[in-house]
Design a protein around this ligand. Sequence first.
Ligand SMILES: [Zn+2]
Length: 323
Amino acid sequence: MSSAPIIVRARAAVTMCGRPIDNAAVAICGGTIIAVGKWNEVRASNPGEVTDLGELVLMPGLINAHCHLDYTCMRGSIQPPQSFTAWVREINEEKSALRSEDYITSVAEGFVEALSFGTTTVCNLEAFAALIGQMPLPPMRMWWFAEMLDVRHAIEPEEIYSQIKAVSPIRGGIGLAPHAPFTASIELYRAAAAVAQRHRLPLTTHLAESREEMQMFRDGEGALFEFLRSIGRSMSDCGQSTPLQLLLNAGVLDERWIVAHLNELTSEDFLRLESSPRFHVAHCPRSHAYFAHERFSLRQLRRLGSTSASGLTASPVTRTSAC
Ligand SMILES: [Zn+2]
């Protein structure tokens, strides 16, 4: 790469540190940003070729901390449901009609759309780990998280890791994603965490996404409880604690995890968080609103020290639904 500086000028620059800069420029040398500021100041102290972008805003690439590009093709196909459980059932029904090729096409479409929004890093939860090697080359940094459920069949995280480790993305990497406490057992969470520890992988999961999940784990009742019992899930972990406390009690959450949602938290949950290990939170205001949850406690979570990626969980399919 050339070491000669390059200067990029634009109508404004948003640096995420202070107010946007009008009539801005960025000086880049050897692939590193060496100066950002007013055009005349940057120009005065940096020689080099100038590219003037005109009426555009320069800003850091967006990070989508949680999405499901498999389901880009399902956008608009599900009408607003009566309940979270009804929504899960409808998604499963839609999925039953899709083939591997559909998912690969769907992911490719998701790449294009994410890039058009300025997204330069994506954490994608991939439901079909075996397909990762067949996916098109991502045009951005791509983290593939193999999604794992054992509500119907046992699953071995080390085998999943072996399946995806051969994938060597040019940019990005791989991780593991036990789906949610209602579809992944605590044993699976622990096994995934152990494999991640061995191979230095990041982890992600869905947690406290719906009122029905809260009902299931805290009260041992509700539509999700009945649905999962009907398909043979052991419900022995229900009627005891909130979803968050279930995972905290199991001791699996720590700084390696990106936890998606946390839409439903109790005051007792917040008390537990005061002394629990820190983890990252990916919250989606759009899915939060879709299921009409109470106001999200972003400030309270930030005060506790969680890194929040608010608003970045929306995959193409989740723009009208939840993830
Ligand atoms: Zn999701």
